[in-house]
Design a protein around this ligand. Structure first.
Ligand SMILES: Nc1ncnc2c1ncn2[C@@H]1O[C@H](COP(=O)(O)OP(=O)(O)O)[C@@H](O)[C@H]1O
Ligand SMILES: [Mg+2]
Length: 487
């Protein structure tokens, strides 16, 4: 019997034996009911225990989740504030757009940079903002085109610069704004690089100026070297010319006297010849005839004058060469003088004739030109260089032609040297005036002639022009003012 039932019977009936015997089955049923109630209670207790344990576990989990979330929120808050601070403390204007190019965010620097009015800032109206920016950009169409491109190419990166109507130069840099595997927009940064650009330009200008200065120095140095050389050659030529001048002078005048004397001698011999017929001594006559015959008297009488003429012609030529040398060197002429350029060209031609004559014929097409105020010996150097270059371009036995044309153009004196030489290729045409630029083998060219000529013509406030066709020939045109303006 169940303990609880026993206790109740004891309490109400005293002893179990006091109970009527026919209660026995009833008591047994009640006892069973107690046992079954016990089993149920135990079951319920167990499941209650289980449930309470589960609840405790869940509670702990929830608490953990809560702290995790709190931590994440704090971190997010920190990151957002860091982002905000970063956005505001950068030197660039920042604009964040979504994939539809709608404004998501911008910083103070951006609004300052573009002078964005408060009304636009307050409402973040995309079109108004873009419109406002476009109004300040020199090429708004190009700017928009790039923006559209970026909008349609979410992965594209961009780096470029554009100019504003107020003269500012802005650098634009844009990267996609990735999220997960895709992109949710892009960030554009704008930086004002006007100062940098100006500094760069100033630096570049300074560099160019320095380059020009170095080139000028180089030219001056080369010119100095060359004119030093020319001066010493000129001095030498002038010295030699002076030394030759004297003996040539007396040889020339002696030849004149000699001709006179010979004429007088012949007058005497003619008188003797006329007296021959009066001679009666056959021995004497015979010896006279033999002497005449052995000296080829008739031929001698004629040839002696030919020889004298040839000699005096030779002497005249030597005199001319000496004069040309003097004219060419102009050692005394380092000052500005009024000079007939045709004379200068002619004497230069005589000096370089030997260099040219096997390669080309020289055709002179001289026009009417006035005397020119110039540094004669330096201009002669230019002419010499033009002529020698032309002759080199034609080459040995080239059967070429060098035409020298003079005239007036734009109130300046123009001297042209045209040759039928090999011409200058377009890529060389820009370099021929550079010092040391030469296409000639070592020993034949120094590459200084044209740079020097350029410097000399510049000094005369003139200019040199060149036209050339490969295989046809080249024309150098020199233009110099008639008179030099006082400095
Ligand atoms: N008349 C010309 N025809 C063709 N090329 C020329 C002529 N004049 C000059 N040049 C070219 O220009 C170069 C530079 O000339 P220049 O300064 O006088 O130096 P160089 O005669 O010592 O080479 C020459 O080497 C040659 O290539
Ligand atoms: Mg030359």
């Amino acid at each position: 019997m169940h303990r609880l039932l026993e206790r109740q019977i004891k309490r109400f009936f005293g002893d179990k034996s006091a109970l009527p015997p026919d209660w026995e089955p009833f008591l047994a049923a009640v006892g069973d009911a107690y046992v079954s109630a016990d089993t149920d209670r135990i079951m319920i207790e167990r499941s209650l225990d289980l449930m309470s344990r589960e609840l405790t576990d869940r509670n702990a989990e929830l608490r953990e989740e809560l702290t995790e979330r709190q931590r994440a929120e704090t971190r997010l808050e920190y990151l957002l504030s860091l982002l905000g601070a970063t956005l505001e403390s950068t030197a660039d204007g920042i604009l964040a757009l979504d994939t539809n190019s709608r404004i998501m965010r911008f910083n103070q620097r951006f609004t300052d940079m573009w002078c964005v009015p408060d009304a636009i800032i307050a409402f973040w109206t995309h079109d108004a903002l873009i419109e406002h920016m476009l109004g300040q950009i020199c090429e708004p169409a190009a700017f928009m085109e790039k923006l559209d491109y970026l909008c349609h190419h979410p992965e594209a990166e961009c780096y470029d610069t554009f100019e504003c109507t107020d003269g500012r130069v802005i650098e634009r840099y844009s990267l996609p704004h990735p999220l997960g595997a895709g992109s949710v927009g892009r960030v554009l940064s704008f930086r004002d690089i006007t100062a940098r650009r100006l500094a760069d330009e100033a630096l570049q200008r300074e560099k160019e100026e320095q380059k020009a200065l170095i080139k000028k120095l180089e030219q001056a140095h080369n010119q100095l070297l060359q004119s030093e050389k020319m001066a010493s050659i000129g001095q030498l030529a002038a010295g030699v010319a002076h030394e030759i001048n004297n003996p040539i002078g007396y040889v020339y005048s002696n030849i004149g006297s000699l001709e006179q004397y010979i004429q007088q001698l012949f007058q005497v011999t003619n008188a003797y010849e006329r007296a021959e017929s009066a001679l009666t001594d056959p021995q004497l006559l015979k010896s006279i005839r033999a002497a005449k015959q052995s000296s080829d008297w008739e031929y001698l009488k004629k040839d002696v004058f030919d020889l004298l003429h040839e000699s005096s012609e030779g002497i005249v030529r030597v005199k001319r060469i000496v004069q040309d040398l003097k004219d060419f060197s102009h050692v005394d002429g380092v000052e500005w003088q009024w000079v007939d350029l045709h004379k200068g060209i002619n004497s230069t031609l005589n000096v370089v004739n030997n260099e040219i004559k096997y390669n080309a014929v020289v055709v002179k097409e001289y026009g009417e030109i006035p005397e020119v105020e110039c540094l004669a010996s330096q201009l002669n150097q230019v002419f010499m260089n033009m002529l020698v270059n032309a002759s080199h371009a034609i080459g040995e036995n080239g059967n070429g032609r060098i035409t020298i044309r003079t005239g007036i153009k734009d109130e300046m004196v123009q001297i042209e040297f045209s040759d039928t030489g090999k011409g200058i290729s377009p890529e060389n045409l820009t370099r021929i005036f550079d010092p040391f630029f030469t296409t000639k083998p070592v020993g034949k060219g120094t590459g200084l002639g044209l740079s020097l000529s350029y410097g000399i013509i510049e000094k005369h406030h003139g200019r040199i022009e060149v036209e050339s066709e490969v295989g046809k020939g080249t024309t150098f045109r020199i233009l110099i003012p008639v008179r030099q303006e006082p400095a």
